[in-house]
Design a protein around this ligand. Structure first.
Ligand SMILES: Cc1cc2nc3c(=O)[nH]c(=O)nc-3n(C[C@H](O)[C@H](O)[C@H](O)COP(=O)(O)OP(=O)(O)OC[C@H]3O[C@@H](n4cnc5c(N)ncnc54)[C@H](O)[C@@H]3O)c2cc1C
Length: 133
């Protein structure tokens, strides 16, 4: 039976350490301490990896590259049963992933990301030049 809700293998993120409660003190440079990841850190780093992979996917992938990326996402996500990855180009894959991420954002009550800016965020840097130095 098809599921109506997005359902990721990584849903099991709930099994990971819960995020720090807001009242707890978090060292400013937690990354420097090399601690185990909490749920939000793992989520952010996983999204960074996935979006960066999509950002550098070829404009014209070979059949092998398409198969590799399909296989990767098939293993990664059961959501693909209802939304298979669009793998014909960098633009297609990045837009598909942006929509997947937005469906998680929506489920978690977070604001939606403007997918027309996904390459600015993950490949080219913001048009205002703020990432250029
Ligand atoms: C597959 C998956 C499933 C998850 N499921 C859960 C869950 O069930 N429950 C749970 O509590 N957490 C889940 N998470 C973690 C959650 O999505 C967030 O990573 C976490 O809550 C931290 O959120 P954040 O606000 O720092 O930004 P994140 O959502 O981690 O996003 C990181 C950065 O990506 C950019 N961004 C945001 N939306 C988009 C988009 N649509 N396209 C491109 N870039 C974007 C923004 O610049 C943002 O700062 C999941 C993560 C993944 C990878």
């Amino acid at each position: 039976m098809l599921r109506t809700e997005p359902s990721f293998v990584v849903e099991d993120l709930t099994l990971y350490k819960p995020s720090k409660a807001p009242q707890e003190e978090i060292p400013e440079k937690r990354d420097d301490l090399q601690c185990p990841l909490d749920k939000d850190e793992l989520g952010r780093k996983t999204w960074s990896f996935l979006h960066t992979m999509a950002a550098y996917y070829p404009e014209k992938p070979s059949l092998y590259q398409e198969n590799d990326v399909k296989q990767f996402f098939s293993t990664f996500s059961r959501l693909l049963k209802v939304s298979p990855p669009a793998t014909k180009s960098q633009e297609e894959l990045s837009q598909w992933l942006c929509k997947i991420h937005n469906s998680v954002n929506e489920r978690l009550g977070k604001s939606l990301f403007d997918c027309s800016r996904v390459n600015e965020r993950w490949r080219d840097g913001w048009k205002d030049g703020s990432c250029d130095y």
